[in-house]
Design a protein around this ligand. Sequence first.
Ligand SMILES: Nc1nc2c(ncn2[C@@H]2O[C@H](COP(=O)(O)OP(=O)(O)O)[C@@H](O)[C@H]2O)c(=O)[nH]1
Ligand SMILES: [Mg+2]
Length: 370
Amino acid sequence: MKIKKIIAKDLKEGKQKVALELGDDAVILSNRTIIDPKTNQEYYEIVAALDESPIPKKNPIEKIVLTETQHHKSNNEDKMLDITGKIYDEINSLSSKLNNIYEDIKYTYLGVYPDEFKKFHDSLIDNEISREEAIRILSEIYKTYPGADIQAMKDEFKKVLSSQISFDKNIKKEKKQQIVILLGPTGSGKSLTLVKLAILSKLVLESSVLILSADSYKVSGIEQMQTYSSIADIPFYPIYDLNDLKNILTKEYDRDIIFIDTIGKNQNDESNLKFSQDIITFCNATLIYLVLPANLTKKNYLGYYKHYKALKPDALILTKLDETKSIGQFYEAAKEINLPIAYFANGQKAPENIEQASYNYFIELFFKKK
Ligand SMILES: Nc1nc2c(ncn2[C@@H]2O[C@H](COP(=O)(O)OP(=O)(O)O)[C@@H](O)[C@H]2O)c(=O)[nH]1
Ligand SMILES: [Mg+2]
């Protein structure tokens, strides 16, 4: 702390000098009138201080900065100011100590935990989870499991996750016809994921499936889907308007599952979004998936979710897990999006590179060798 004594003609001049010498953040600790014995002239003696500590704080003494009407201080008042100055110093040093303790707890508390906690912590941070969130997760785990076994810690992590993220809405065999629609930005992997799901439904669920594509906007969108479908030996139709859709649905009423691919987000998006909305309403979709790639930032996930929210997706599908090194941004966004995650896609092979999303799979992503 920098302390200065200033002599001035009056309080106003005194305050100006304080500001000049110590800056606007200075506070007046004491203020008294003195008489020059030679000239018998009255002066003001001001003691002011400037706190040079880097910690921003509210300055309690500011409240008692003197006003011009308080010129004549009694000895008692001077003493009070001295004491207040000391209290101020005390508060100042306490606040700085508290700040240090807070920082210590926040960043170095890991020292008291077993080494495995540090490894766990490093994996979370490596996945771009924020430091605050990593600490929150670890302290939750430590509350119920203070041991050092990584597998047991992962089991606890599952419990922590279960209050924030859910895994659900997989395609199952149903008696009624199901219509599954995939939404998402261009290039997110909608078409390839749709083919993977259609093949799995055909082979594993032994369902009779059909693929439709409304992606007439993307250059070769329809052709791409036609190729995928013929390789998978699944019947395919393009749809250009609701009339096409109506005719196909009438003709294919006995299909178990109909998959519909849509147009991605692009410059004409409002009309595309409307077309996707019309399809969903017209066919009374059973499952609507929002397909997003694993390499986005949290901000982009939230942005895309906001864009597609009105179409009421039932669940998320995360693609391109094979192309990302960290899952933290998705994790932080998924907590806010609050939709279940249905599938994880992790490569270009159909149908191999898709998995039903689960806690175990998700947790292992954090510990995947990079
Ligand atoms: N590595 C990898 N590539 C993928 C995955 N899913 C899709 N792709 C590729 O991403 C590109 C865009 O996929 P596409 O299905 O056409 O995206 P759409 O525009 O959303 O329909 C294609 O080259 C796909 O082969 C995945 O899980 N991993
Ligand atoms: Mg596509």
